[in-house]
Design a protein around this ligand. Structure first.
Ligand code: DQQ
Length: 462
């Protein structure tokens, strides 16, 4: 029930926009294989943020053009009724425009491309890509991902009256090389509540950060900072403001298996579920799955008021499966750690553990026993979870994609690759004392694809 293309390679979400009511999701796509290369923009559309319809490829590299070696990441805006992409051409990195006049299906490259031909003169940059554009007071602004050699990642601010002619203003914000890396990919910059938020995907961190702070129209001063998702596979997110004023975010869930495994499967990369962003009372970033996803709930199973004793995990008779949503409310009691295992084989040889570690105060996803395949990533990932005595887990298991939300604030996304056909069970466990499960609701999830379509995918990995 996660979006992915019918075949081949996908990476970053691009060009998110709601257009005449429908949500359009474009994405970095290689139609020539399940590996990064010959980057096009794939395209899919949804009425409800849940079900997606594949549309033809939106953009391909133009031989001889500034994007001849790839149409890299960028965004979409509504320019007085004209749908417009701003994106990066590579070798060298430049910023380009494309527009559509047929409802976002076909795209015409701007004859004046590139519209920004080089980074600002005098700046020794480590990269120059992934424009994120917004309008304020009738003026267009673009934030372009970059870095200054020897200094750190940065976001360069430009302004324009018409999206075609751009003036460089200044770096909005610059990080320290030792802390936040040398190059900030895929910036997103937007107001949220009474703050501004900057999302960055820094090289070489292989994770995405949020910075929350104040913006004076030229400079952004961060006040708080954190990791958006420390699960180890969530990268290059993009956000959009929808017609109801919600700030929605999708990220790329990259593979944690080998290139050979992707080639054998014929595809690589999954889009995260759409997440709703907010500023929490303590000033950090809140993330929740969008409410629309409840439309996928099928057969329902319910448990309440169970004591989870320390020792051997308590196996739940139902449901079993690999496409589930689970909402579990726990009270900690005197347990040191407590949570749920998913994709558990009856003998426990394969299992993925999701739990609260009361000793460190972390939400943990432990995939170290998720698979007997030694070629896939298997590890313990954690994120701080400010908690009183209660834990609300909201788990979206979708074959190899696992997204765990806790207490409506943090999320860990993982990729898991169980090998056994019977790794389908659920179990509850506690360590060091007993916890209490106040309630658990689990749903077998519907597919988002019409019956009979995309059946080729279901017989391969994931
Ligand atoms: N992916 C794109 C770049 C971006 C990177 C290339 C982030 O534009 O910087 O496919 O994953």
């Amino acid at each position: 029930y996660h979006f992915l293309p019918p075949a081949n390679w996908m990476n970053d979400p691009n060009g998110l926009i709601q257009w005449q009511g429908k949500y359009h999701l474009f994405y970095q796509y290689n139609p020539n294989g399940p590996f990064h290369g010959t980057i096009h923009w794939g395209h899919t559309v949804s009425y409800d943020l849940v079900h997606w319809t594949d549309l033809p490829i939106a953009m391909a590299p133009s031989p001889g053009g500034p994007d001849k070696d790839g149409c890299f990441s960028g965004c979409a805006v509504n320019n007085h009724g004209v749908a417009t992409f701003m994106y990066t051409g590579v070798h060298p990195e430049t910023q380009c425009l494309a527009t559509s006049e047929d409802g976002l299906i076909t795209w015409q490259k701007h004859p004046g491309n590139p519209v920004i031909a080089a980074p600002p003169p005098g700046l020794d940059t480590t990269g120059f890509r992934d424009p994120f554009v917004w309008q304020d007071g009738g003026i267009w602004y673009a934030a372009v991902g970059s870095g200054i050699k020897g200094v750190g990642g940065t976001v360069l601010l430009y302004q324009s009256a018409d999206l075609v002619h751009w003036d460089y203003l200044n770096p909005i914000c610059t990080g320290r090389l030792e802390e936040t890396g040398s190059m900030w990919e895929c910036p997103n910059f937007f107001p949220l509540g009474d703050k501004h938020v900057l999302l960055i995907s820094p090289i070489p961190l292989r994770k995405t950060l949020f910075l929350i702070g104040a913006y004076d129209g030229r400079l952004f001063t961060p006040e708080t900072q954190g990791i958006i998702d420390n699960g180890g596979c969530f990268y290059a997110p993009q956000t959009m403001l929808d017609d109801t004023g919600r700030r929605l975010m999708w990220g790329w869930l990259w593979e944690r298996s080998s290139k050979a495994a992707s080639c054998a499967a014929g595809w690589a990369g999954i889009m995260s579920l759409p997440r709703l962003l907010s500023i929490l009372p303590d000033g950090t970033l809140g993330q929740q799955p969008v409410p629309e996803l409840t439309a996928l709930r099928g057969a329902h199973h319910h448990y309440s008021n169970l004591v989870v004793a320390p020792g051997a995990p308590a196996i739940l008779p139902d449901p079993t499966g690999v496409c589930l949503e689970i909402v579990a409310n726990f009270e900690r009691g005197d347990a040191l750690a407590f949570g749920i295992q998913v994709c558990r084989s009856p003998d426990g040889e394969e299992q993925t553990s999701i739990y609260f570690d009361g000793e460190t105060g972390d939400l943990v996803v432990d995939t170290s026993r998720a698979s007997t395949d030694a070629t896939v990533a298997r590890e313990v990932r954690r994120t701080p979870l400010p908690s009183d005595q209660t834990l609300k887990l909201r788990i979206f298991l979708d074959r190899s994609a696992l997204e765990v939300f806790a207490n409506d604030r943090v999320c860990l996304a993982s990729r898991i690759y169980p090998t056994r056909a019977d790794s389908r069970g659920l179990a509850l466990f506690a360590r060091g004392g007993a916890a209490r499960l106040s309630s658990l609701d689990a749903w077998e999830m519907h597919s988002i694809w019409p019956v009979g379509e995309r059946s080729a995918l279901s017989v391969t990995q994931g």
